[in-house]
Structure formats: C-alpha cells, structure tokens
Ligand binder design. Structure first.
Ligand code: FE2
Length: 265
C-alpha cells in the first residue's frame, strides 16, 4: 500500500503544488496524507480550503500548532478526516487519531506534537503514543504518525521509540525537508521532516522582506505568504506491507514547478 505523505502545505502556492503533483502522478499512490495547518493563507485552515483539499483527493489531514489560527475551524474540527495533535488535553475539540479504510485496507493515522521549543503544556507525546497504539494496533498493523515538532533530537528519539510499532514516523513543522529518510531496524520508515510545499524563494514560505525586517529590527511584523514565485513540492512516498505493517520502502520526492507549468493546471 503506497502512502503519499505531504508536509506543511503553505497557502495557495502549496495547494497548487499539491494539485500539480497529484494530477500529474495519478496512479503513483493509494492514500494521500497532508499536513494542512498552514494551508489557508499560511495560518490554519478554513472551510473553503478544507473542501478544496478534499476535492483533490486528500484522504487524511494532519496539523499542529497552527490548527486553531482560523476560528471557523471549530465548526468542522470534528470531521473524520481532520486531525489535531493527540496530546492536547482531552477537553480540546477535535481528535488526534483515526482509523481509516481505503481499497479494503485498514490503517491508522496518529497526529502528535513535540514539546521542545514548541509547547511544553502538552502531554508527553511518547506517553500519548503508547496509549493510542494500544488501542489502534488491535485494529490494524498499519500505523502512520505525523510528529509535528521543532527539535530534530525529539523527532529522532520518538522515531527510535516507535520503531517496530509505527509503520512510518514522519516529521513536519520546520518546513525544511531533511535528506534522512530511512527504514529503522525494526521496520519503521522515518524522516525527520518532510518539508513544506509552497514558494521556494521565500523564508519557509513567507515573504522574505518581512522576515528579514523582523531580524533587522526585532519589531513585530505581519507575515504574508509569498505567492509570486515558482513553487516546490516536497513529499515522502512510503510503501507499507499490508500484512505486517512494516515499511518496505521510503522515498523522498522533491519537484520544483515553474510558473509556466502551473499555468497548465
Ligand atoms: Fe507547525
């Protein structure tokens, strides 16, 4: 079973990159997972963008610290195909994991958020994983984890911790793809960050001048998605054995797409 795993989709350029890639590679994957926390104008997700992503065939949407940025998300946060980090307190709306089925194969997706340099108030994601694993592993051996975190060390520690239990652990949040995709010793596919899809001539998807100004002056700035330039699509293609849940291969995908190519959409 082939899973196309897409990291942070950065605003409209990210959505166009996703559309371009999926339209031009229609039969290269069975399931499409996308982190959507920056998909609407760079901050959060609104209903229009949620519907647009669904119409592109996204099967499961994961997220992270920006999931709450658009208030209207509260109206559809309980949708089956939309996850927020599972290690928020139980009283927080939405859910952090789900069981899904595609082409007759059951699989689980768990969304976790790291605490190092991010949000120390969350439950320890290692403990959250143990609890959810206990439940979902009775239903399916195919378990994918979006570990949305800042620190590479935390991502690696978690990958090793989940080795042999998760099918794939993929990192998101930094927007920068890492070239460390590997199958760990007990069969878990791992990458510390999938990287974003969006305008590549940017500072992690945003207009460079605003971020440079922030570094020059230290004053608060309004950040806007860079929309003028060519885009990059970053993803991971993971092939998972349906019976054992082990990762058979994990491959990094990076495609630069010019403005002219995007016009063909
Ligand atoms: Fe994030």
């Amino acid at each position: 079973m082939k899973f196309l795993i897409v990291g942070d989709i950065l605003g409209k350029p990210g959505r166009r990159a996703l559309k371009y890639y999926t339209v031009s590679h229609p039969n290269s994957f069975d399931v499409l997972l996308v982190n959507v926390e920056n998909s609407a104008g760079g901050f959060g997700i609104d209903r229009k963008v949620y519907e647009e992503l669904k119409s592109m065939g996204v099967d499961v949407m994961t997220s992270g610290n920006h999931i709450w940025d658009k208030k209207e998300v509260l109206e559809f946060i309980n949708s089956d195909d939309l996850l927020r980090p599972a290690n928020y307190p139980l009283s927080v709306p939405g859910k952090g994991y789900g069981l899904y089925e595609k082409r007759g194969v059951k699989f689980a997706v768990i969304n976790l958020m790291g605490r190092v340099f991010l949000d120390p108030h969350l439950e320890n994601p290692f403990h959250t994983f143990d609890r959810i694993y206990e439940e979902v592993s009775r239903q399916t051996p195919i378990i994918l984890v979006d570990f949305h975190a800042e620190a590479t060390s935390e991502k690696y520690a978690f990958g090793m911790y989940a080795d042999g239990r998760a099918s794939v652990v993929f990192g998101t949040h930094t927007h920068v793809p890492t070239a460390d995709q590997i199958i760990l010793r007990k069969g878990t596919g791992f990458v510390s960050d999938v990287g974003m899809s969006g305008c590549w001539y940017s500072v992690i998807g945003m207009k460079p001048e605003q971020i440079i100004n922030k570094f020059l002056t230290g004053m608060p700035q309004r950040y806007e998605v860079e929309e003028k330039e060519d885009v990059v699509f970053n993803a991971i293609l993971a092939d998972i054995d349906e019976n054992s849940g082990k990762c058979l291969s994990i491959q990094r995908i990076q495609k630069y797409i010019s403005r002219d190519e995007l016009k063909e959409l």
